[in-house]
Ligand binder design. Structure first.
Ligand SMILES: [Mn+2]
Length: 314
């Protein structure tokens, strides 16, 4: 009967929700305002488009402080969340959800309310949201992939990038080793940076430095970029934007005589990168620790001169 079918569907659904969705306070944060007050106003850097991915909310590795700074200092007409925004895998194993992670969700929802078109393309760590493809939550569109047309008329395919893991089968041992070594590295990265902070030194990415020294990882990344660019070429688009491998990069590939752009927007665990499109269609990878350092340095002389003036006046 229909009622029985309904009951079965209902229980399946509640199972699904209790295991996947209800385990983190996404839709109903306890406080209507973020713990860290939102900064920024007319001085926000405005872009046509922003892409971020691999935030890994729900893990200690997520650089929430830097991401909050990024969100408070930028704005765009469109924002793509290119997957692994929330780390559902880790959350299932161990619940970790500090106030700063709520603050990030709050800021993204606020952005959507302010009029930014927010497109969320779940990745492999937040694949539980893929079942909501086509739906809209508080102005956030959930998509499996997207096509983005730049201001100067290039068409880019936007996807997380784990779709190519199967193709990368011969390199899978590296991805597996990577997952364990990666979490170890993430922990080490925290320790190293806590120490660096104590010494008054700026944020430094340990695994970013290590990754570029490991030959196999470099080969893996190179191969991955090639595979993704080829898929874009076969689709007939001008380029691709993805995340997944936590390595921000721009490369040009040739596909049957046609140039294909490969863009990776990096991550917010190590590199803290975002990909942006300016209003003329020009694209740029931002390394936020450097951008932040530059901004703070630009603010510093003003403070010094004010102090100087105050001292002179006194
Ligand atoms: Mn991923």
């Amino acid at each position: 009967m229909t009622s029985r079918d309904y009951a079965m569907t209902g229980s399946d659904l509640s199972d699904l929700i209790s295991t996947n969705v209800a385990s983190f306070p996404l839709t109903a944060p306890k406080t209507p305002e973020p713990e860290v007050p939102e900064l920024g106003g007319p001085e926000r850097r405005r872009y046509r488009t922003i892409w971020i991915s691999d935030v890994h909310l729900g893990t200690k590795g997520c650089n929430a402080e830097l991401l909050i700074d990024f969100l408070d200092n930028t704005d765009s007409e469109v924002m793509y969340l290119v997957g692994d925004i929330i780390d559902g895998w880790r959350l299932k194993k161990k619940f970790y959800w500090p106030a700063a992670h709520n603050d990030i969700v709050w800021r993204i929802m606020k952005r959507a309310r302010r009029g930014t078109r927010v497109v969320y393309i779940p990745g492999n760590h937040d694949e539980m949201f893929r079942q909501f493809t086509g739906l809209n939550f508080g102005g956030i569109e959930i998509r499996r992939a997207a096509f983005h047309d730049t201001a100067d008329g290039r068409r880019l395919m936007v996807l997380h990038g784990d779709e190519f893991d199967a193709v990368m089968l011969s390199h899978r041992w590296l991805a597996f080793v990577g997952d364990h070594a990666y979490h170890l590295m993430m922990k080490l990265n925290l320790t190293v940076n806590a120490f660096r902070r104590w010494l008054g030194k700026p944020y430094w990415s340990l695994s970013k430095a290590a990754k570029h020294k490991v030959k196999n990882a470099v080969e893996f990344i190179g191969k991955y970029e090639e595979v993704v660019a080829r898929a874009a070429g076969e689709r007939g688009v001008d380029g691709v934007v993805c995340g997944h491998i936590h390595t921000a990069e721009f490369r040009m590939f040739d596909h049957n005589g046609k140039a294909i752009e490969y863009w990776n927007d990096g991550d917010w665990v190590e590199g803290c990168n975002a990909l942006v499109e300016h209003h003329d269609g020009r694209m740029e990878i931002l390394h936020w620790p450097e951008e932040m350092k530059r901004r703070l340095a630009a603010e510093a002389p003003a403070t010094t001169s004010e102090t100087g003036t105050a001292r002179e006046a006194a």
